[in-house]
Structure formats: structure tokens, C-alpha cells
Design a protein around this ligand. Sequence first.
Ligand code: GDP
Ligand code: MG
Length: 624
Amino acid sequence: FPAENIRNFSIIAHVDHGKSTLADRLLELTGEYQFLCNSVALIQSIDVFMSPLETISPKRDNQQVLDKLTVERERGITVKAQTCSMFYKFNEKQYLLNLIDTPGHVDFNYEVSRSLAACQGTLLLVDASQGIQAQTAANFWLAFNQDLTIIPVINKIDLEAADTERVINQIENSFELDTKDICRISAKSGLNVEDILPIVIEKIPPPSGDINGLLKAFLFDSWYDTYVGVICLMAIVDGKLQKGDKIVSAHSNLKYDVADIGIMHPERFSTEYLHAGQVGYVILNMKIASEAHIGDTFYHHKHPVDPLPGFEPAKPMVFAGIFPIDANEFNRLDESITKLTLNDASVSVQKETSMALGQGWRIGFLGTLHMDVFRQRLEEEYDASVIVTQPTVPYKIVYRDGTSKFVRNPSEFPEQNEMSNNVVQLQEPMVMATIIVPNEYLGNVMDLCGAHRGEQIEYNSLDELRVMMRYALPLAEIVTDFHDELKSRSSGYASFDYEDMGYQTSDVVKKMNVLINKKPVDALAAILHRSQVATVGRDWAKKLSDVIPKQLYEVAIQTAIGGKIVARETIPAIRKNVTAKCYGGDVTRKMKLLEKQKEGKKKMKMIGKMNLIMNEIDVHLLDF
Ligand code: GDP
Ligand code: MG
């Protein structure tokens, strides 16, 4: 397949603007094409060995084949980047179009950027009724910074609320893109979708690689498959990679045999080899998940090349403890987490032991949505029941002796006395947030940002109806319920995205402990801003007293900063009259029972303080 007949592209969009629907339509379209052209001519014209081609038959139930995972379907987001090759005939020439599906949410920018690295161009899809949203802007800048050809496409023109001309204006004003012959489509009905691929072929440059050069293969995605093990997605930049080849990782210097190679069509389809310009899957004899290093360059054994620039590793910024509800599940869960983390190079995992919750893990995520998706996948795909603790961000603590450390777990956060004796400075991570909001909700959203210690950096009208604002915000302020609040205060119309802004000094963050019968419960410790302590402290004590069932003894719940109690709730003991059933009668029996009750009480008191968290409290308690 000559490289000039190959196009590698992606679709970027704000969530729900129709990326998956469009991907389906394109696959369907190219599938249908192959039915129409007689496949004999096709097979002769391409040098991959394939049966008559069918990308997706329009008759098959193909609802969003690119979004393979259940979680994605449910949440309507694409978590894992998926790649699919399509064959398309245009101007009497056969083209190989590689569509690289990119996740669309703010937490997944890392995955978006590494998917983009395998493309030369991208379709910027915008909903005609909603216009540019925060993730549209964020994804545009990612693509722009990678020098990709960006083709704007307006979707959902079938909607009554569509205001196509206004959206085209926004695209011109904000991104300075050429909108002269912009595609106006309905991915849902398929209207005008056929106009897209010719434009992709005309505007996006083919990959520039040397088929006869030394092999240079770029690993941009990988996942774990239960049947075949680690599967890598690679873009072949130069040369040719064949089944049976021996290749070496520039990152680790480890040598591998190519066990299988092919394209995603959309399922794996073995092709014996891939050459410069092509994108496909490669199965190597990798033993463990973490060997597939995203951003790695592979070359032929004994023919080293200069590696391509890799990726900045994604920095997990939201940390939470994850514990099995049933301690016996630890090993199985450990395996599941290992498999899931291969699917997601941006997660960090560390073992952790909690007095209250037992053995578990401290897991780092890119954001809270990322965390929710991880938990949901663990539960759905691996059938695990877990407790997830309150998420925290990494704080940097600078000590009097000049050393410093990052704290990712509230239990490691210095207590009040250590704070005043040994710590000279506390720093917290900041983000630069982009918020797009209709004028009528502007006041609400500004109030919300103010309440979360936000500082307005920029204010621009996007058009006569909407405003784009930039705020510096502490990350800790947006990892809890900021998204939900923003949505509810803007009736769902505000959109939000953020990028990392480094660390800033903060002298007002405190560690709050939750004490049950005077003993701190490690898993419930939280790091809070001074202004939150009173409300959150009261709130937590109240919530806990609501969910902890009555015990045979009195349970005192306190929240405290250092030695200072913020709030207290008491759950009175159950008065169980065990002798009631005995009709007076046998005194020895009565004594025995009373003795038993006392013993039971003692035992409960001992283990109760900690274990009650595990056994008695609804697991969702820890989500608040
Ligand atoms: P994604 O999050 O960008 O992948 O968006 P989806 O493809 O999942 O689409 C989100 C929702 O918009 C789905 O309910 C689609 O059926 C709907 N949708 C997508 N394209 C169109 C369109 O052209 N017109 C209408 N009316 N709805 C659409
Ligand atoms: Mg989708």
C-alpha cells in the first residue's frame, strides 16, 4: 500500500458531540463501499492479504463498535483510544484510512495527546446546537500544538436547536480555521457524512515515512487481552515490520519476537506485515503488562535507530485508597488491578495498609472521572467489590531542614504539632481552568469559583451569548464536587476543562481526623482548607452518625484538627433486654446470659472501633 494512499486521522470533540456516532457511520460507509466495489479488484490492488472486506456491515448491530467497554457505553465516553482501519475508494484510487479514536474527557488529555501523535490530521467535531465547549477548545489546542491538519465538522444539524451559522462563526473567531467549505452533517441520520472522507484524503497529508528505511515503530497504545496477552498498537514510521521479526525496545533494550501483526478492522485482522505509514496491532512475547511502554520506539535487532520523542509520563494528581470489601479477595483484586493498569498507563499503584480497612492500594488518577471509571471497570469487568476513600491531591511539604516530600495520603500528612515545629512551607497543586458559560449563568459560576478559592485570570466573550473565562484554582477544590456544582448552577450549560499549573504555597491547609470512640480512623482522615474545616467537620460527624448502626455500646464520633475537636455526635447504645424472654424462671440461666452479653460487649468494643467501618457501614459512606 503506497504511503501516499494512507491517511491517519482522529476525531476530537467535546463529550456527547457525536464522535462515536460519526466513527460508526464512517465504518459503516466504508464497509458498504466494499460491498459495492467488487472486492477482487481491491485485493489485487493492495498488498495486505485480506479476505473480501467488510469494515462493519450496516445490517449488523453495530452500535458504536469503537466504544467497546460497557462503562463507556453507559457513561457515553470513550475511555480507551481505539483504532480502526478502513478501505475507501476515491478518484479510482484505493485508500487505507486509519481512524484513531481518542477519549474525549478532560481527565484523559494524556490519552488524547498520545493518540494524536500517531495522526497527521484530525476532525474537530462540534455540536451545532451547543457550539464550542471547553473540551472542544482544549482538544483543539492539543492538536494545534502537534501541527496536525484540523478539519472542522458541524454535527447534529438535524436538531431543531441547531444554530449552524453561529457555531461556524465561533470556529472562525476562536480557532481561525477555514470554514469556507465546512462539512455540516448529522452523524445520527448519516446526512452529508459521505462528504467527509474525500476531504480527509485531500486535506490531510499522507504519513511521510521511508518504506525502505530501517524499521522505526512507535508504540502509542496497549492493552491486556485475556486470550493473547499484551497487545500493542503501533504506528510504523519507517521500514517494514513482519511476523517473526526480532525487534528491540529503545526504552528497555529488551528483545522481542513478533508473534502476530495486523490491522484493527475493527477487530484484529492478521496481515503478516505492516509498513511505513500503517497503523496496527503487534503482539510481542511480552511477559508482563508494564513492558509495553507508551511512547517507546522499536527497531530491528542489530539495526538501532534514533528513538522518537516519547511522552511526558502522565502525572496522577488525584489519589484514593482502594480496599477490598472482603479481605479474601485481595489477591484476585491485585491481579485485576494489574490488568486494568496496563490498559491505562496513567494510573499509579502502590500497596497500602489501613488499620480500619486492611490491605489495599493507594491509586493515583488523572482526575475524579478517571477514578470513577476505574472503579466501575473494576466492578463490572472484574466483578470486584471495593471501598474507595475520599480522594486527595499530592501536597508538597517543605521542612525546616530544607528537605521536602510529597504527601499523597492524608494519613502521612503532618499532624498539627509537627506542622508548627518542623514544617516551613506547604504547597498545593494548582490548575488553570477554562470555563465556557452562557451569560445568564455567569454570576452563579463566578460565585462558585470564588467559593473554591479561584482567581480569575481571563475573561472573554465568545459571542453575544457566551463567555469564556480562565481561572487559577487549587486542584483540591475541583476534585470533589466542583463538576456537579458547576453543572447544577448553570443548568448543565457550563463546560469545564483544566490544565496543570504547578505548585503554589498554601498556609491554610489542615489535616482533619475522624475519631470513633476517641481512636482516629486512618482511612477517614482528610486534608482540608481552613475555611472548610467547620462545615466539613460537622457534616462528616453527622453523616457518620446517620450511617453507623446502633451498637451494644455508645459510639462517639468526633472530627478534630490536632487536639481541637471540631464536631461531635453520639450514637446511644442499644438497650437489649436479653432476659425478657426468660419469664423470670431459672436464675442461673439469667446470670449466664448477662455474662454472655457483657463478654459480647467487651469483644465488640475491642474490634468494633475499627471493624465496624468494614462490616456495619454501608460502603458508600466513604464516597461522601
Ligand atoms: P461522543 O461522546 O462524542 O462519542 O458522542 P456520541 O456519539 O456518543 O453521541 C452522543 C449522543 O448524541 C448520542 O445520543 C447520539 O445518538 C447523539 N447524536 C450523535 N450525532 C447526532 C446527530 O447528528 N444528530 C442528533 N440528533 N443526535 C446525534
Ligand atoms: Mg463516544
